[in-house]
Design a protein around this ligand. Sequence first.
Ligand code: GAR
Length: 202
Amino acid sequence: MARVRTAVLLSGRGSNLKSLIAAATAADFPAEIALVLSNVENAGGLEVARAAGIPAVAISHRDFESRESFDRAIDAALREANIALVCEAGFMRIHSDWFARVWEGKLLNIHPSLLPAFKGIRVHQQALDAGVKISGCTVHFIVAELDSGPIIAQASVPVLPGDTAETLAARVLEKEHKLYPHALQLVAEGKVKLENGRAVFV
Ligand code: GAR
């Protein structure tokens, strides 16, 4: 079985990357993690990749004068490695419209809330401030508007009395580690597609 060559883009420690790598060790998993890119040179996720024998490259956004020129460098690295799908996992850069368009339908992101609630940053504090009793995580296709793309899959957790942003983040993260491999599997198998601005199950 030809497995879909998948890249992971990240800026941090890479625990979601770890869960994707672990899932992809199964012989029947439809995707392989073939490249890891980070905009942060010392991101822990790059080490996670290297330890697993996966090519890992840092491209600093600081070396580029515009969002799009940085995205063009990312795009070139993805094409060079023959990448067909991209999973963003804690990649803390907003893409240019150009990049979102070029990779439309091939670009996934995980966000630690039940979108469309609580976009952007400090997500768990936003959830606590709003007093919601359920939070969770979302995997969605990326579109130009931040955290607004068609939803592929979600998982929920309770918000418990006494939760802090840290305890809630840890509970959500456990769900992320199961949800992202599941969503990648669906997309890599062609069971979910982006069509007319919606995630369509085929
Ligand atoms: C994850 O919780 C992910 O959902 C979040 O960053 C964390 C990365 O952790 N992403 C965002 O907030 C994107 N808006 P990880 O490096 O351990 O996978």
